[in-house]
Design a protein around this ligand. Structure first.
Ligand SMILES: [Zn+2]
Length: 350
């Protein structure tokens, strides 16, 4: 089979990621073999290629979001997953026996590995075939395309976890979706609207601002303008917002905390502009502010998201679909971040 393999770290993916012929894997007892029809890109693919912030097993195949068809099941597979099923991946490999796992918090499992990022050698989604434990696949209804399923999995699961599981959004709340034009933002806007929240999105240019409105955002502000914070205050009649959906970090964090209503909640899953920040602690204790962290999500959450995709209530947004022979371009596009939606490659189409 063909797979996108790299054997050393490099800042430029084109220097190291090559399409190679390697052996098709055999599923272990509790695993299924998947013929990969679509695989989507995430930032952790770039972190793997760069070798930063963590080192990963080599040689490596990246890719944590796939959809395809089950072509073989291991002898110990006990669920109703069978050959011919259309499935998508749930990328958290967890122990399923620790306290956190058995409390329904598999995302907090101390043994958790993100498949396609921390796994290997040669175990990820950018390949014509891959294998996953049966508990890490979710069946797709026929009306959910492979490209849509791959495109929504990681961002949909993470956004659901942030807004529904952690921030516990409710109808009528005002939710500020930072970076509304990013993959995370697109999922966040749609989930907040699904819960009948009022959504204020931020984006970095006119084109992305317009697209946020088309996705259902009620208001949009340009977070590259220095008065973005004042504009959000004006939109809320100086009341602030109930929930901030945060993945930007240092450059906006203090303003986000200040924008929260009394008892409001900020939920963070990343910090692309920097990890350190200062906040006025009076906002924390006087206003009863909730500062929450979130990473990844649950399989049940992802199944919920896929269900809403099937009902047409969450629409995956795809920027580009690349043939597999040109898959490395997806890493480049991801790095320069001038995207609206996900990049997907099709390993069966070279
Ligand atoms: Zn565990």
């Amino acid at each position: 089979m063909k797979a996108a393999v790299y054997r050393q770290y490099h800042k430029d993916p084109r220097q190291v990621v090559k399409i190679e012929d390697i052996d098709t894997p055999n599923p272990k007892g509790n695993e299924v073999l998947i013929k990969v029809e679509a695989a989507a890109y995430n930032y952790n693919d770039l972190w793997g290629i760069w070798g930063e912030p963590i080192k990963i097993p080599m040689p490596h195949i990246s890719g944590s979001d796939v959809a395809g068809t089950v072509t073989e099941v291991g002898e110990n597979v006990t669920t109703n997953i069978k050959e011919g099923d259309r499935v998508t991946s749930y990328p958290n490999l967890t122990c399923r026996v620790c306290y956190e796992c058995t409390s329904g918090r598999e995302y907090d499992c101390g043994n958790r590995l993100v498949w396609g990022f921390q796994t290997g050698p040669l175990w990820g989604g950018f390949a014509q075939y891959t294998h996953l434990p049966e508990v890490n696949v979710i069946k797709l209804l026929d009306n959910v395309s492979f490209t849509d399923a791959a495109a929504i999995s990681m961002v949909g699961m993470t956004a659901w976890h942030m807004l529904v599981t952690r921030a516990k959004i409710r109808p009528g709340q005002t939710v500020l979706i930072m970076g509304g034009g990013s993959g995370m933002g697109i999922a966040g806007i749609q989930i907040a609207k699904l819960f009948n929240c009022d959504v204020i999105a931020t984006a970095g240019n006119k084109d992305k601002m317009e697209k946020c409105l088309q996705l259902g955002a009620d208001f949009v502000v340009n977070h590259r303008e220095s008065d973005w914070y004042e504009k959000v205050r004006e939109i809320t009649n100086r009341q602030g917002v109930d929930v901030v959906y945060e993945h930007i970090g240092k450059t906006v964090f203090p303003q986000e905390v200040a924008l929260l209503k009394i008892g409001g909640t900020l939920v963070s899953t990343g910090a692309t502009t920097g990890y350190t920040s200062t906040i006025d602690l009076r906002y924390l204790f006087f206003k009863g502010t909730n500062l929450l962290g979130a990473t990844q999500g649950t399989k049940a959450g992802l199944e919920g998201v896929i269900g809403w995709v099937s009902k047409g209530k969450i629409k995956p947004v795809i920027d580009t679909i690349l043939p597999f022979s040109n898959m490395v371009e997806g890493h480049i596009k991801m790095a320069d971040s001038q995207l609206f939606g996900k990049i997907v490659t099709t390993p069966q189409i070279l």
